[in-house]
Design a protein around this ligand. Structure first.
Ligand SMILES: Nc1nc2c(ncn2[C@@H]2O[C@H](COP(=O)(O)OP(=O)(O)O)[C@@H](O)[C@H]2O)c(=O)[nH]1
Ligand SMILES: [Mg+2]
Length: 181
């Protein structure tokens, strides 16, 4: 039987320096980037088999460029779901997550907001209050996960949980049988 296919668009939001680009690189290229390039707004692509579905995944990396407001709207409108990333060693980045969530809510209804809260840099000594992160995730009905782009802890899982939730909402297409007359 032919496998089902799905094209999935993800946007990764979070304050500068939390590890958005590093998480995407780790997921796609299995490598860790150590240099910090704040203005990355690139669109990355990969193919993964998740829940037995062949997924073409487009991942929009984001930054705080001047064009951010306009771009954010574009990214949210064309996305199926989002990772909201904060850094485990920076409480202010957790406090800023509701702002990113509200941007998504401006363009999507509550039930169309498919989000996973990611606490990154958990290879370091954590400063943020995990209970607070949990409370925020529960308040928006989202799962939360601790990751490290550096050690590769839970990176695949973070993206997979998001993709699985997207697939639940948007069931994949079954390939049509080709009929040759
Ligand atoms: N220790 C540690 N450093 C990380 C982790 N993720 C990213 N970094 C570092 O944090 C800095 C900012 O990461 P980057 O992905 O560019 O942040 P972005 O602005 O959110 O895209 C870089 O120097 C990364 O090497 C992580 O999980 N653990
Ligand atoms: Mg970046």
């Amino acid at each position: 039987m032919k496998k089902q296919t799905s094209t999935i668009n993800i946007v990764v939001f979070g304050s500068g320096g939390v590890g958005k680009t590093a998480l995407i690189h780790r997921y796609i290229n299995s490598t860790f980037i150590t240099q910090y390039e704040p203005s990355t707004d690139s669109l990355e692509h990969c193919s993964k088999i998740i829940n037995d579905v062949i997924c073409t995944i487009n991942i929009q990396d984001t930054s705080g460029s001047d064009l951010f407001e306009t771009l954010r709207e574009l990214y949210v409108r064309s996305s199926d779901g989002a990772l909201l990333v904060c850094s485990g060693i920076s409480p202010s980045t957790l406090n800023e997550l509701p702002e990113f969530y509200n941007v998504i809510r401006r363009f999507k209804s509550e039930e169309d907001c498919i989000v996973v809260v990611v606490i990154n840099k958990t290879d370091l000594d954590l400063i943020i209050d995990i209970k607070e992160a949990k409370r925020f995730a529960e308040s928006i009905n989202a799962p939360w996960i601790k990751t490290s782009a550096k050690t590769n802890n839970n990176v695949v899982e973070a993206f997979s949980i998001l993709v699985q939730r997207i697939l639940e909402k948007n069931p994949p297409k079954t390939p049509r049988k080709c009929l040759i007359l």
